[in-house]
Design a binder for this molecule. Sequence first.
Ligand code: ATP
Length: 354
Amino acid sequence: MAGVDFVDVRKSFGAFPVIKGVNIEIEDGEFVILVGPSGCGKSTLLRMLAGLENITAGEIRIGNRVVNRLPPKDRDIAMVFQNYALYPHMTVADNMAFSLMLAGKPKEERDKRVGVAAEILGLAKLLDRYPRQLSGGQRQRVAMGRAIVRDPQVFLFDEPLSNLDAKLRVAMRAEIKELHQRLKTTTVYVTHDQIEAMTMADKIVVMHDGIVEQIGAPLDLYDNPANLFVAGFIGSPAMNMIKGRLDANDPNRFLTADGTALPVARPAAAARGRDLVYGLRPEYIALDPNGLPAEVVVIEPTGYETQMIARLGGNEVTCVFRERVNAKPGETIRLSIDAAHVHLFDADSGRRLF
Ligand code: ATP
């Protein structure tokens, strides 16, 4: 096994820079997810690691080897693609054994490795089938099996679950995570789905427009986003973001454009006299008879919790209550805010001030 390092990696297509100096350290055995909106450059970064795309500048290391100029086959990686890329005319067993055959491994060893991988993935009974005779989830497992048999130093996954329906996606998420816990192979996984990233990763790399916005453990990013981009991207439903300023006479009050006062627990000196964004996660709003008046706009019971959009002063806020709520659109309710969990961001730079 081996760690992976990106050192000031850059990539331009013609004159158009798409990766603008990326540094990421991935430790041996870590499960790292690159996440970000469409076009942010995450697939390009993964393809450069795989050797499918040249690097314009910088260095990529696998273990202690600089791999910038190594062809894909010499990098000791295995990649699982979004479309699985199975050979339709080959059985499951042959699909899984194919790369070992190309590498000149004897039949006995091929059979053994395919057998072990099939056992791990629950494919043992399907080895004689063809891809067209498999469900989407089974095909996905065969694609993973093909990677496992090679026993690589690093697994790469490029949006491997995006062709599956919602339920299967959740099941496969757990399977991939379990697989990683079992094999402990360094894994770099690309997705645009922040829930996938939150639930599976040891470490998340949030990308945006060719740069890394923040790197951290999932809950660390959730609790301590570095800036507005990360705060808005991580978490579902998304963080409420309300514009305003601290009250010049009382820095424990945040005043929105319409004059509504919201509580602030830790008014950082840096926040005074600036245009700010008040960042409030939906679960830190509670129903409270002594709270601020708000009007119900939309109410969505999901069974175990209730989501609501409420109009609080001039702003609509999303709330999540861990209870059933009896209220109708148009009704007035009262809400309190857990100020200890509020963040303030600089409106100009987007940087979190606390
Ligand atoms: P998605 O989730 O949509 O796949 P992504 O974050 O993986 O997005 P990339 O596929 O890495 O994004 O693309 C990053 C940028 O590079 C995009 O603006 C894309 O249009 C551009 N790009 C990618 N491949 C090429 C190419 N071969 N030639 C020119 N531009 C490219």
